[in-house]
Design a protein around this ligand. Structure first.
Ligand code: SF4
Ligand code: SF4
Length: 353
């Protein structure tokens, strides 16, 4: 009605509840939250098909709003960010309980991404850097965050900062994974559109544990560059070389994670001359992105001489940051443990918080 009156037919019209959608960020940069807006005007379709139950970055929801929901009341939760504090863990467990389908959305929730690089050091060293040693730190009193602080008769609490960064499925049961740092807009829409279709048609859900919004090959297979037989004598950093615009970057001695990365981004970086850093995670049937890349390199280094091979590999200045930039929390390599000094030994799931 456009005259402001309501007919009995209007009054009797049944209100069909829309499925509830939640989006949340834990230990992450927030890029995944922004990437959701990359679906542009399709956000209106999301609004038409879902009732927003929780999206604190965009709407003023509180944790108590989620706590008040029935268990399973949220149809779909896209959870981005790794788990590195007690608060991240609490929210992961709360949203797991309240959600029918929980998706590890983006690289941090799926594989650890940049936050998990701190598993290559220790909590103490991380805090030392941030609160004492970084050139941008001005903290002469060496004040550190405390979990409980008394101020003017009040107690202020901060969540405990864990020793080990974990991914979502190391803390709660996860239904699906959407890779990417961040997931690309067209892939986010592909996932949401598929969910809308499933909700409307009653089609079965994909098998539990499926990777959604990505391909089933490697980044090399959607890369527009021309590959030749690789024979690498040295690695060069992209900042030191203007690469040929047509040829494979790895063929040109620029470390490109394409052979060890799942496709689906559309070759976003490689098509503009930037090597793939691996943000779509390990390709199918590979459980460790770093070892997959090392084995790919082993077949293209042009030498039989162990010393020369070592010298060529020395050109890779930051092996963990290069091979495991997005996947250290899930790596077979494990993590550095304080009690054992420099040894990288234990796995996130086995370690103390
Ligand atoms: S190694 Fe990199 S540049 Fe070469 S084909 Fe694969 S993705 Fe493309
Ligand atoms: S090219 Fe590699 S790093 Fe760039 S978006 Fe694609 S998967 Fe991520």
């Amino acid at each position: 009605m456009n005259d402001g009156t309501q007919t009995s037919a209007d009054a009797a019209a049944p209100t069909v509840a829309k499925p509830k959608l939640a989006l949340y960020w834990a230990a992450s940069c927030g890029g995944c939250e922004i990437a959701v807006l990359d679906i542009k005007e399709k956000i209106l379709d999301v609004d038409a098909n879902f009732e927003l139950a929780f999206w604190p970055v965009a709407v003023d929801f509180k944790t108590k709003d989620v706590e008040a929901l029935e268990d399973g009341a949220i149809t779909l939760c896209l959870f981005n960010g790794a788990i590195r504090t007690d608060d991240n863990e609490y929210m992961a467990k709360l949203l797991r309980r309240k959600s029918q389908v929980l998706v590890a959305f983006g690289s941090c929730a799926s594989e650890g991404c940049i936050p998990a690089l701190s598993n290559a050091t220790t909590r103490t060293k991380t805090l030392d850097w941030v609160y004492r040693d970084s050139p941008s730190t001005d903290n002469a009193s060496d004040t550190r965050p405390q979990t409980k602080t008394q101020i003017n008769g009040f107690e202020i609490e901060l969540p405990a900062f864990w020793e080990t960064v974990r991914v979502l499925d190391q803390v709660v049961d996860v239904d699906y994974y959407v890779p990417g740092c961040p997931p690309q807009g067209h892939q986010i829409w592909a996932v949401l559109e598929a969910v809308i279709d499933i909700l409307k048609s009653g089609k079965p859900l994909p098998p539990k544990g499926a990777v959604l919004g990505a391909g089933n090959k490697t980044c090399c297979e959607e890369c527009p560059r021309t590959r030749e037989e690789k024979k690498i004598k040295r690695f060069e950093r992209i900042v030191h070389k203007i690469p040929d615009p047509e040829k494979c970057l790895l063929d040109q001695g620029i470390l490109c994670m394409g052979p060890a990365t799942r496709d689906g981004c559309g070759g976003k970086c490689v098509s503009v001359g930037i090597p793939c850093r691996g943000c779509y995670g390990a390709p199918p049937n590979s459980h460790d992105q770093g070892t997959k890349m090392i084995s790919a390199l082993a077949s293209v280094i042009d030498s039989e001489d162990p010393e020369e091979i070592e010298r060529i590999l020395d050109d890779v200045l930051d092996p963990i940051g290069s091979f495991y930039r997005f996947s250290l929390a899930k790596a077979k390599l494990g993590r550095r443990r304080e009690s054992l000094g420099t040894a990288v030994v234990s796995h996130a799931t086995e370690d103390a918080k």
